[in-house]
Design a protein around this ligand. Structure first.
Ligand SMILES: Nc1nc2c(c(=O)[nH]1)N[C@H]1C(S)=C(S)[C@@H](COP(=O)(O)OP(=O)(O)OC[C@H]3O[C@@H](n4cnc5c(=O)[nH]c(N)nc54)[C@H](O)[C@@H]3O)O[C@H]1N2
Ligand SMILES: Nc1nc2c(c(=O)[nH]1)N[C@H]1C(S)=C(S)[C@@H](COP(=O)(O)OP(=O)(O)OC[C@H]3O[C@@H](n4cnc5c(=O)[nH]c(N)nc54)[C@H](O)[C@@H]3O)O[C@H]1N2
Ligand code: SF4
Ligand SMILES: [Mo]
Length: 719
């Protein structure tokens, strides 16, 4: 080292008086990339930087969100003490007072209107321990049937489809490393390049090995640019597209007859059904050329090994469940599941989108993926919780339906932990009105979200750097997230908050844990023997290794990386093929003279969900300071819309104003708007209240809209 360099290093080191490293995981998406936040203190300031940490999933990579995730944690807007609304203004109060107010309000409301008048709304950012405890809190402390969570808008279609077809819903049915060992991959409505950026190298390496990639998306995204074949379908027509592929696969006999005979049910019905479908109809509905459908069927059908991945593009539809089932039909008739290089992946969304859907935050669910309507399951869990089976409530309703119950007057209070429903539910104005209508709303959050503003009480929680726990990543790998940063101000961990509220409600005996590990140990027992069995995992095992895959039924069990090698999880051990019609869904909005364009919604790389966290990060916010509408230049010119100007986008339900962004990467009949912003840019003001009848997923991915330049809109509106 030169003398000059040595001197420079010494000066820097002198300036930094202390350095501390916090080992953690990124709080954002389901990749759960391991990372370390380095805190450096000098005489004048404290600074932070995030560095990647190697692990088998993200292989030491981080994306721009992870690299900047420490910024919202340190932000001055963090809520650090309980806030109570008084005369329309929030005033700081002590925890003791906040807890007393909750006790009085919950008890008063339940006394007058019954236990179900108080509801609970959770989220997929919570740790496994907290998701588990939130479910227990609703059923044991509040004894209400009304609990659901934001994962309803995220994983419900894929989860229901996998459960029905295979008997188990676990994100990826085989190992990530097999992406490089497969011959053909179909990516349906998933934009991994922006949404799980650190998974991309698996696909890039596969491509270098000669794997063919087919992308199905109405937009040519950064992910679609990787594809050998891009099927740029009309939004909402995936079920029909899959029928086209199934029919062509049958025609060229690119099917696995042995697999169909030995491991599936329902093939005969599918064949009958497909004979009533014409390829011409599929071409017309989807807008995808016959030659492209044929190429896709040949690419996938002629290869030995293949995988299909789905995400919200195909799933967030009012027929999302059926559309996913039709892609699973493709896997089953080609026998491409349960062996090396073959499998299904529902790319999970939120940090703990997987674990969050296994342990009881869902309306109809008990821990370990048990059912709240199953007598045996109820008895098992009642026993673990030390309550009588008859005391456990029955199933409630889905997240959006709870908003309907508020309007109907059945729900009077809500306890939200880790979600911002006004920005993330469909039909946003109706949801805002619902929250306003409540007699008592509590929001447990790090920040004042759009929904928090309507709360009566806000409880300050800790962030990923402060809150220890386990998270289950998109593979189904349970990972321990250490957290050693001190809690700021009077913040408390979500699990501590739940225990303290339970205590003032007189349920202390069921909620006395000294550490979060105690909660995990109870979860292990509660999940024992269930589908998502965590019993064999201990904190020690998780901390010593790279995490464990469920099911892991005993402490000497290595965990289960690959599913369905020998059998599926139904009683007869077989998977289930079902016919899906092209027009399964009559709820989906059609374009009309008044609303001639399709609107689809989704994400950009730099923001996360309702944006509450990423908008607090200077580096991320600077990349996209506001929302936009992606529009084809030819469409824009037809509607008299210049580039980079304010545009009014209107549907049957409302209108929002966003900035135009020209792009030739989108269909001419479609516009795209991200959903990371609220208020006048809240795209969910345009989305319909219709839900998938099976899984209750809203149709976030299709609405019929019209667009106009803002000056034009105001001129027309004022005459
Ligand atoms: N940067 C970033 N990353 C994230 C998130 C985030 O908010 N920001 N959120 C996380 C979460 S919770 C989730 S759920 C995942 C979501 O991850 P994705 O599902 O990949 O993300 P989306 O942008 O919602 O939608 C994916 C694609 O579906 C396409 N699409 C729209 N309509 C249709 C259709 O009818 N059919 C088909 N086949 N495709 C369609 C869109 O053009 C889009 O490119 O991302 C996770 N990662
Ligand atoms: N139009 C449209 N709408 C959509 C979607 C779409 O593609 N299009 N996608 C849907 C999907 S997939 C999802 S997952 C939902 C997400 O929707 P939301 O649940 O509303 O999204 P978040 O932004 O994660 O809201 C989380 C809130 O919890 C806080 N928070 C974060 N971590 C924690 C924690 O550990 N504890 C507590 N107590 N609070 C925490 C954050 O500060 C934030 O205010 O949106 C859905 N809505
Ligand atoms: S957002 Fe996802 S891909 Fe990016 S660093 Fe975080 S966990 Fe990894
Ligand atoms: Mo999600």
């Amino acid at each position: 080292m030169t003398e000059l360099l040595l001197k420079y290093v010494q000066t820097v080191q002198e300036k930094i008086q202390s350095e501390k490293t916090y080992q953690t995981q990124c709080p954002y998406c389901s990749m759960q990339c391991k990372m370390a936040v380095v805190e450096q203190k000098s005489a004048t300031k404290t600074s932070y930087k995030t560095i990647p940490v190697d692990n088998p999933t993200s292989e030491g990579r981080l994306c721009v969100k992870g690299l900047n995730a420490h910024q919202h944690v340190m932000h001055r807007d963090r809520i650090k003490q309980p806030l109570l609304k008084s005369d329309g203004k929030f005033i700081p109060v002590s925890w003791e007072y906040a807890l007393q107010v909750m006790k009085d309000k919950f008890q008063e409301i339940q006394m007058e209107y019954g236990n179900d008048a108080v509801s609970v709304y959770g989220g997929g950012s919570l740790t496994n321990e907290e998701s588990y405890l939130l479910g227990k809190f609703a059923r044991v402390a509040l004894q209400t049937k009304y609990i659901d969570y934001n994962g309803r808008f995220c994983m419900s279609a894929a989860a229901t489809a996998a459960n029905q077809a295979f008997g188990i819903d676990r994100g990826i049915t085989n190992r990530l490393s097999e992406i490089e060992q497969t011959d053909c991959i179909i990516l349906v409505g998933t934009n991994i390049a922006d949404c799980q950026p650190t998974i991309m190298p698996y696909f890039e390496r596969a491509k270098e090995n000669g794997t063919k990639i087919i992308v199905i998306d109405p937009r040519e995204t950064a992910t679609a640019k990787l594809a050998d074949l891009h099927l740029q379908l009309k939004p909402g027509t995936d079920a029909a597209l899959a029928n086209g592929l199934l029919k062509l696969l049958l025609e060229v006999k690119a099917i696995d007859e042995t697999f169909i005979a030995n491991r599936t049910n329902g093939f005969g019905e599918l064949v009958d059904h497909l004979s009533s479908i014409t390829i011409d109809d599929v071409v017309e509905k989807t807008g995808v050329a016959y030659e492209d459908l044929q190429r896709a069927a040949n690419l996938f059908g002629n290869e030995e090994r293949g995988m299909i991945f789905t995400a919200r593009g195909v799933e967030q539809q009012t027929d999302g469940y059926m559309a996913v089932r039709n892609f699973l039909n493709i896997l089953m008739i080609t026998g491409k599941i349960g062996k090396i290089g073959c499998g299904y992946g529902a790319i999970t969304g939120q940090a703990n989108g997987q674990g969050g859907r296994e342990h009881g935050q869902k309306a109809d669910q008990l821990p370990g993926y048990r059912s709240i309507e199953n007598q045996e399951h109820r008895e098992y869990i009642a026993n673990v919780w030390g309550v009588k089976e008859e005391e456990l409530p029955r199933k409630g309703v889905s997240a959006y339906e709870m908003m309907e119950k508020i309007h109907e007057g059945e729900i009077k209070a809500m306890f939200i932990m880790g979600s911002n429903p006004i920005v993330s539910n469909p039909n946003a104005t109706y949801v805002k009105d619902a929250l306003e209508k409540l007699s008592f709303l509590v929001s447990v959050d790090m920040f004042m979200s759009e929904s928090g503003k309507h709360a009566d009480l806000i409880l300050p929680t800790t962030s990923y750097l402060e809150d220890e726990g386990t998270m289950t990543n998109l593979e189904g790998r349970v990972m321990h997230r250490p957290a050693s940063k001190e809690k700021p101000g009077q913040t408390k961990h979500d699990w501590e908050i739940l225990c303290e509220v339970a205590k003032v409600l007189g349920k202390e005996e069921h909620f006395s844990y000294s550490t979060v590990e105690d909660v995990f140990n109870e979860l292990r027992v509660a999940s024992r023997g269930g589908i998502a069995d965590y019993y064999g995992m201990t904190y020690q095992r998780l901390m010593e290794g790279d995490g464990l895959f469920w099911p892991c039924p005993s402490v000497d069990h290595p965990g289960t990386e690959t599913l369905f090698e020998k059998e599926f999880h139904h009683e007869d051990k077989r998977s289930r093929i079902i016919p899906v019609t092209n027009e399964a869904d009559f709820r989906k909005e059609r374009v009309s003279e008044k609303f001639p364009l399709y609107l689809t919604t989704g994400r950009v790389m730099s923001h996360y969900l309702s944006g509450v966290q990423t908008r607090k990060s200077a580096a991320l916010a600077a990349r996209d300071v506001e929302s936009h509408v992606q529009i084809h230049p030819e469409t824009a010119s037809e509607y008299g819309i210049d580039e980079n100007v304010l545009v009014c986008v209107e549907s049957q339900r409302g209108r929002i104003i966003v900035r135009s962004q020209y792009s030739k990467n989108i269909r001419k009949d479609t516009v795209f708007i991200p959903f990371h912003w609220g208020d006048s840019q809240n795209v969910n003001d345009l989305i319909s209240n219709e839900l998938d009848p099976t899984c209750r997923m809203p149709g976030f991915k299709v609405a019929a809209v019209t667009v106009s330049a803002v000056d034009q809109f105001y001129t027309e509106a004022s005459v």
